[in-house]
Design a protein around this ligand. Sequence first.
Ligand code: AHM
Ligand code: MG
Length: 335
Amino acid sequence: MSQRNQTLGEFIIENQASFKYTSGELSRLINSIRLAAKVVNHEVNKAGLVDILGAAGDTNVQGEDQQKLDVYANEKFIQTMTNRNIVCGIASEEEDDFITINSQDENHQNKYVVLIDPLDGSSNIDVNVSVGTIFSVFRRVTPVGTPVQLEDFLQKGTNQVAAGYIIYGTSTMLVYTTGDGVNGFTLNPAIGSYYLSHPDMKFPEDGRIYSVNEGNYIHFPQGIKDYIKYCQMEEGDRPYTSRYIGSLVSDFHRNMIKGGIYMYPKSSKASNGKLRLLYECNPMAFLAEQANGKASDGFTRIMEIEPTELHQRVPFICGSKNMVEKAEEFMRKTN
Ligand code: AHM
Ligand code: MG
């Protein structure tokens, strides 16, 4: 089939045979994420209209206020995947512990676990700025048919079988990889279908955008400070331009299309930065690498980091290959 007007549904069916362990299970899983994303999208778009804003009164496991839409998105994704009985476990940034699915049913043969940040960048909701959902999929390592264990979730990023994000922006897009490149689908809200709008997405090797919260500058390691100064210097095609939305999905998405680097380094305030390895950095790193980009903590490839806990944080530098390598060079010089 030509790629013109191809829907996500058609794309999934057409590409199912190219999945490494094809059984249709992964296709069903992507389908359920697509469905939940539509429901969440509907709610996100209504956010300005209804009284759904503000903190829900809970704090999540990182001690941050949860906003109502975080809670809603978390419930929707978990419900959709649980009801459809297509995964054996879910870990969510909004839950203290992982969720075991179907552990009572000895016949369940589901082999995938999903790690999800249901609504990332949630501080942007009440100001009408783009937010996103990030997901990561692994094959379980413990035997099929038994309850999932922590080790099924604490896997290195290199083991991911799929990862992606939904961006609730000026248009809503689902961008994902199953290890064979990155494809982006745009939701036509009138019809409720996603269309392949960005086939085979690639980071330009070089870029001119740097995205970092410069408000934290004085707390950054010397290598990052030096790299930021390098970006600001008048030389060659520099100075670069700075763009920071404070919504990882949106910053990543723009940088992938235009060429750029995103950084959330460690700082004297937060020794491992802010972003979570399993819910944010690993899936974004998989997407970045599949799109010719790079992701590291400044020294080590993100997907090689051995996770030790569900809510682990890591410094994150991600984007156009040459830019990430340059930032790493500065890190090595001073650390
Ligand atoms: P969240 O999961 O609580 O929404 O936090 C993650 C977000 C990222 O989307 C964004 O890049 C970063 O936090 C912004 O943090 P800061 O406001 O410290 O710059
Ligand atoms: Mg998040």
